[in-house]
Write a protein that binds this ligand. Structure first.
Ligand SMILES: *Cc1c(COP(=O)(O)O)cnc(C)c1O
Length: 627
């Protein structure tokens, strides 16, 4: 894998001397000495060049040549330039020490880069003698580089790339593709461009912007915005690959560059319960655009999905139907509750976690008639408690609960609950968002009326829609109940049936196409039974492995789903944030998760995740725990 190994930073205007004022002051004084009028803008235009080259460039302006001729009654010669440079140097040396203060974010950024094993080289338009002063002063304030090249020791000044090459040689970097050059002037950008490395411009504190820190703070944001846009355009025109506001954005930019070099689209493995890690092939099928009004899409993609979902829902899906709806899982839970519960009905919401509680919020918002049966968060829902409730309150018509509570990872007893609810002949709504496709469920045999799941959980698609598996007969009976237009599942179902796969309103085409691919890959894996086996092995390995390292799972293994597992924070010396970012830096992302007032974090075991990935994670955690 190719990584950026070296950052070459410019000095004045980039890492020290905010606004690059030291040379500007010295130039103005020197030209005044020679009775030549020059503007700051004129000076800044060529900033970044070796200073003697800079003076010559300014003197080559027609206006300067004319002024010189008027003052001295002759043309200027190279000896004049040398003399001017002597004065310039003298003036610069007088003030240089005051202009060596590191810019904001420079110290932290240098530390972050070094933490990632990146070397820091540097180039400048200053001479070696000038840099001796600047380096000593900057080092006293905490900033130093691994190597410095100045243009006076050989004829290698900007915009030629030779100072960069010398850095490479000294720092043992074997390819320009492993180098990022950062600077604040057009000459800097050209230097990087000519070297063939990544060339990055910085705006705040730059000579191009030409403002002191106080002026920058006092300028209104919209004025700054216009200036920034102009500078960025000039830098891009000069060949910049990226233009940043300030140097603190550099580490993220390097990450972006590395992703681009490696062509890696997922810089980390998601061990989360959705969105989750998907296969390259699922991602790739999204690279096509679709029209939604003819058969290619509606029959070729949507209808195929609906048929396959029914086959996944039951061995004998004779009385089942399915409908897909735009939005995340919550949208479709809201759609189902709003489309099935009449004002004359009475919904019982059974909850032992955040997602059960979300149904309460949904019922509240829609002013649905409902009652809550609350279980303990660390215990599976008891079907016995539901039985008691249904016995004592005969007005209840609907029961809704969550199969796998993703809050803790607990698995609620679907079979017992559906048996109980059905023995009272109530309508059953199951949020099987995080379990359908990963845990075998026979919707027909279990007599479930409405089951909800989403594209980005165990089927391993990408986020953008969710779906409902329902009894056809029950679906037919809910016409006109919905209190909402876009979340009316009957209407959506009817349109999808009559239009042979047509969606009401814009369909998330790319997501739907990815889902079709995900279903194909589920079949190739061996169906839900095989996927379940993999998830179970992932979870078992995680549960046992974490215990061995010294982490305590929140739930006993008996209550645990293979979907996601919660762990208590260790009692001592634990910062979740630190833990999280160290894992992420090593390519793995886990899931935060506070359960009421118990501090826990969660690790998902679903998605394109294999037992080897869990072993890798465990090794990583072990090494971070220092055991
Ligand atoms: C993911 C999930 C949902 C839906 O969450 P969204 O963020 O809306 O996709 C609902 N219920 C459970 C159990 C879930 O795991």
């Amino acid at each position: 894998m190719t990584k950026i190994e070296c950052v070459i930073l410019d000095w004045a205007g980039t890492t020290v001397d905010y606004g690059c004022f030291a040379p500007v002051g010295a130039f103005l004084r020197m030209f005044r000495q020679f009775h030549l009028d020059v503007t700051t803008a004129q000076i800044r235009r060529s900033m970044g060049l070796a200073k003697i080259d800079h003076i010559r460039t300014i003197m080559n302006d027609a206006d300067m040549t004319k002024q010189f001729l008027t003052n001295y009654s002759r043309q200027w010669f190279e000896s004049d330039i040398v003399k001017m440079n002597e004065y310039f140097e003298q003036y610069l040396f007088e003030t240089l020490r005051e202009f060596a203060r590191p810019l904001p974010y420079v110290l932290e950024t240098a530390e972050r880069l070094r933490g990632r094993g990146i070397k820091i080289g540097s180039t400048t338009g200053y001479t070696e003698a000038m840099m001796q002063i600047v380096c000593v002063e900057a080092a006293a304030q905490g900033y130093h580089v691994d190597h410095l090249e100045t243009p006076d020791t050989f004829s290698g000044g900007r915009p030629s790339p030779f100072m960069i090459f010398r850095n490479m040689e000294r720092l043992k970097i074997d390819s320009v593709k492993k180098i990022v050059k950062v600077g604040d002037t057009i000459a800097d950008i050209r230097e990087g461009y000519h070297a063939g490395c990544f060339s990055i411009g910085i705006i705040e504190g730059s000579s191009e912007l030409g403002l002191s820190l106080e002026e920058f703070i006092q300028t209104t944001p919209d004025k700054i915005e216009i200036k920034k846009r102009n500078i960025a355009k000039r830098m891009f025109d000069a060949g910049a690959d990226y233009v940043l506001n300030n140097i603190s954005e550099l580490p993220d930019c390097i990450e972006k560059i590395e992703q681009k070099i490696t062509g890696k689209t997922a810089p980390y493995l998601l061990l989360t319960p959705g969105p989750l890690s998907t296969t390259q092939t699922v991602k790739e099928v999204m690279l096509q655009d679709w029209c939604t009004w003819d058969t290619d899409y509606n029959e070729g993609v949507v209808t195929v999905i609906r048929d396959k979902l029914l086959k996944l829902a039951s061995e004998t899906p004779n009385n089942l139907t399915t409908v897909l709806l735009q939005g995340s899982g919550t949208y479709v839970v809201e759609a189902v509750l709003n489309s099935t519960v009449r004002n004359s009905d009475h919904l019982l919401i059974v909850t032992n976690g955040v997602y059960g509680d979300r149904m309460i919020k949904i019922a509240d918002k829609a002013a649905l008639p409902y009652t809550v049966l609350r279980g303990k968060i660390e215990q599976p829902i008891s079907s016995e408690s539901i039985r008691e409730k249904l016995q004592t309150d005969s007005s209840i018509t609907h029961v809704a609960f969550v199969h796998c509570e993703t809050t803790t990872g607990i698995l609620n007893p679907l079979e017992q609950i559906s048996e109980t609810v059905k023995s009272f002949d109530k309508l059953l709504v199951v949020d099987a968002m995080s379990s359908f496709g990963g845990i075998p469920i026979d919707v027909e045999k279990l007599n479930i009326d409405f089951l909800i799941s989403s594209a980005n959980k165990c089927i391993q698609g990408v986020p953008g829609f969710a779906f409902i598996i329902a009894k056809t007969e029950k679906m037919k009976q809910i016409k006109g109940i919905a209190r909402t237009l876009s979340l009316d599942i009957y209407d959506q179902w009817e349109t999808m049936n009559q239009g042979k796969g047509k969606w009401r309103f814009t369909s998330p085409t790319h997501v739907v196409r990815a889902f079709a691919q995900a279903l194909l890959e589920l079949e190739q894996e061996g169906g839900i039974a095989a996927r379940y086996k993999r998830y179970v092995e992932n979870e078992r390995r995680l549960y046992e492995g974490m215990k061995k390292i010294g982490y305590t799972p929140f739930l006993p293994q008996d209550f645990q789903s293979p979907i996601i597992t919660s762990f208590l924070y260790p009692k001592e010396n634990f910062s979740f944030e630190d833990f999280y970012y160290r894992l992420k830096a090593n390519g793995v992302v886990i899931y935060p998760g506070k359960i009421s007032d118990i501090e826990t974090f969660r690790i998902g075991t679903i998605g394109e995740v294999y037992p080897e990935d869990i072993s890798f994670l465990l090794e990583l955690i072990q090494s971070l725990s220092g055991n």
